[in-house]
Design a protein around this ligand. Structure first.
Ligand SMILES: NC(=O)c1ccc[n+]([C@@H]2O[C@H](COP(=O)([O-])OP(=O)(O)OC[C@H]3O[C@@H](n4cnc5c(N)ncnc54)[C@H](O)[C@@H]3O)[C@@H](O)[C@H]2O)c1
Length: 354
């Protein structure tokens, strides 16, 4: 802690690192202590906007020198999150990882186990969980307002240009992106679906690069059976034009709830007197005006990151779990890996994976 504030460092100053630096600078209980990128000029450029904090090209050196760092934000390519997290935890620092937590069960478990053994917090950015609509939807399902859940679907139809996949060498690779439309973009909607509708028990899927010249999938479809018994589908792509708002559809025996990036689309409940379902007014706390990354990955609000940085700082001070713990964040990646396994083998796959 410095000046009574939780000290943060950002490792990886590419596209998303600056969002973390901004969120930290806006959070009253947080302070940016240092920045790190293997391409140090990226860290230095960002530091110029944030009081010229010290910059490093090696996160281990940074952890050794900068004793005021309490928490490290891992903003490096997805398959390197575990490396930063494990080194930070071993140096006694808390970790806030970007999504996905990492790209394999082995590396995610290493992160979770090391943070647990070193008694440091592990959080993961899934900013859709901070949206009022997500929280309301989860409450509606948990209170059983739709009755028995029958269908829970998520449609994530993004557009990412060929140039996007060329913009950094790790994008669209198995080694560091861990997959394509689902592991990178779709993991947000999948986490949101699991958070709202519960865990999945069985999956059958197709996944392939249908348009882009990449080894990973640019398009995937999956049929789900949830632990609750409900069925559902996931559709994810980065190859349709234009990108569409991410849409979640929940149908129960007594009602329907549909929402997208902009908020509520439909909430209707069975009305015994009328004999048919009727639209019902739903009061949702005010979010800021929605921004959508459907076609542009940089059209991202800082609010979700700000809420999660503030939550992480509070979790450290209050010695409680962050709003999205490592264990929670692992679930979406495990489901995506099950989808890939089903697509590869042509077989139905049961969760948990072994
Ligand atoms: N939450 C969101 O909405 C969101 C949005 C974009 C990206 N992300 C996630 O953030 C992560 C980074 O994505 P990006 O688009 O910013 O990638 P990027 O390629 O733009 O930036 C990654 C940076 O990490 C640096 N780097 C690589 N290895 C490093 C190491 N060992 N030490 C220090 N720096 C290293 C690179 O030089 C690069 O500047 C990914 O996991 C991605 O999934 C999340």
């Amino acid at each position: 802690m410095r000046n009574g504030k939780v000290g943060f460092a950002v490792v990886g100053c590419g596209v998303i690192g600056p969002w973390h630096a901004k969120a930290i600078s806006l959070a009253p209980q947080a302070e940016l202590i240092a920045l790190c990128d293997i391409e140090i000029v990226k860290a230095q450029k960002l530091a110029a906007e944030h009081g010229n904090v010290p910059c490093y090209s090696d996160h281990r050196k940074m952890l050794k020198n900068e004793l005021d760092i309490d928490c490290v934000c891992a903003c490096v390519p997805s398959g390197l999150h575990w490396r930063i997290a494990v080194d930070a935890a071993k140096a006694g620092r808390h970790v806030l990882s970007e999504k996905p937590l990492d790209i394999t069960l082995r590396t995610m478990d290493k992160m979770i186990e090391t943070c647990c053994a070193r008694k440091v917090k592990l959080g993961c950015i899934f900013q859709r969980r901070t949206m009022a609509m997500t929280k309301t939807a989860r409450q509606i399902i948990q209170e059983g307002r739709l009755g028995k859940l029958v269908l829970a679907d998520c449609y994530m139809k993004y557009y990412r240009s060929p140039g996007y996949y060329r913009s950094a060498g790790w994008r669209g690779t198995w080694e560091l992106d861990g997959g394509g439309a689902l592991m990178n973009q779709g993991v947000h909607g999948i986490d949101q679906l699991l958070y709202v509708a519960g865990d999945v028990a069985v999956v059958t899927a197709h996944a392939a690069p249908l348009v882009r010249d990449i080894p990973v999938e640019d398009t995937a479809v999956a049929i789900l059976r949830f632990k609750s018994g409900a069925f559902g589908v996931i559709e994810g792509t980065t190859s349709v034009t234009p990108g569409m708002s991410c849409r979640t559809e929940l149908h129960g025996e007594n009602g329907t709830l549909i929402f997208n990036d902009s908020g509520l689309v439909k909430y209707a409940l069975a009305d015994e007197k009328a004999g048919v379902a009727k639209d019902v007014e739903l009061k949702i706390a005010e979010d800021e005006p929605p921004k959508s990354t459907a076609s542009d990955p940089k059209a991202l609000s800082v609010l979700g990151h700000l809420i999660q940085v503030m939550d992480m700082a509070d979790a450290i001070v209050e010695d409680r779990e962050p709003m999205v713990s490592g264990e929670e964040a692992r679930k979406a990646v495990e489901l995506i890996l099950a989808i890939y396994k089903s697509a590869k083998t042509g077989k139905t796959v049961k969760l948990p994976l072994r």
